[in-house]
Write a protein that binds this ligand. Sequence first.
Ligand code: TYM
Length: 340
Amino acid sequence: KKRVISGVQPTGTVHLGNYLGAIRNWVLLQETYETLFFIADLHAITLPYAVPQFAEATRNTAAIYLACGVDTSKASVFVQSHVHAHVELMWLLCCDMPTGQLNRMIQFKEKSRISGVENVGAGLLTYPVLMAADILLYQSDFVPVGEDQMQHLELTRELAEKMNSLYGGRKGKKLGGAGLFKVPEALIQPTGARVMSLTDGLSKMSKSSPSDMSRINLLDSKDVIANKIRRCKTDSYSGLEFDNPDRPECNNLLSIYQLITGRTKEEVAMECQSMSWGTFKTNFTEALVNHLLPIQARYEEITSDPAYLDQVLSQGAAKAAVIAEATLNSFYQAKGFLCR
Ligand code: TYM
């Protein structure tokens, strides 16, 4: 079976972008592939974070995965820091990773602008190498992510190829025959890969935006959702349409509507072509609330039993560690280390 890996950081709350861009697709992929989904806690500490709530945020993110339909009889769900090989492989990869290239990464430039490049922690710079380690450890074939992760995936592919050519001599061939590391592919859906902010159709929906009005969180109540949609940015055209570059908000809301109702783009375009914003907002709110209610109910159920979650995470980590250790050991060997 081909292998799939992906993760979400336990920073802030999971929003519609994370769901439509990533988690929703995981649920489909677990039917066909061997899947591993982890909570990227080590990535979450690259920027200032709330220490007292951190463990709980990690557990709650796992609960969101399960509530969205990740099935632990099919997928391994684990916490990144519970599998030590992630950090270890990252270090090995870091030593062959040119800092110039890391300095040019889009997310590094964006995220370091806030506190200044001189002041950010070194972890923010090496963040993409940790992500490459997450993926390469499992010899993953596919990585389902949103569009914002594309550059990280390209770097991962480059690193895999570089390691294979530097160290993948005869010893490396033992591992799958194709070199030390499998070169993974990003899986980016045509719709949902870039869900935009509710208050600005030109910037993406993000956990780090200071305004909660810009995003729908999966755990938002009915009233909060209704209020956010009532006040979200629209325009003064009549009728609604996809793909008009002058109407980014309209395109975004229709795309979200399409995804959560499970209709085709054509169906939605027809239904909404002469609809008023008022009517659309009512329908949209109802569709969203109906889609999220069962997820929220499952979330409540799952989080009411922390022992169950801890057991899921411990089994997931144990399964993941077996694969990760094998890759790590072969890599140490290929790099000429004296092995235990
Ligand atoms: P994170 O936590 O920022 O986001 C989790 C997933 O949600 C997607 N996403 C979006 N998709 C569509 N529209 C949006 N507005 C939107 N915002 C976020 C992201 O693309 C991502 O798929 N570095 C990763 C976590 C990570 C990871 C990995 C992912 C660490 N190691 C290995 C895959 C494989 C991150 O910060 O995602």
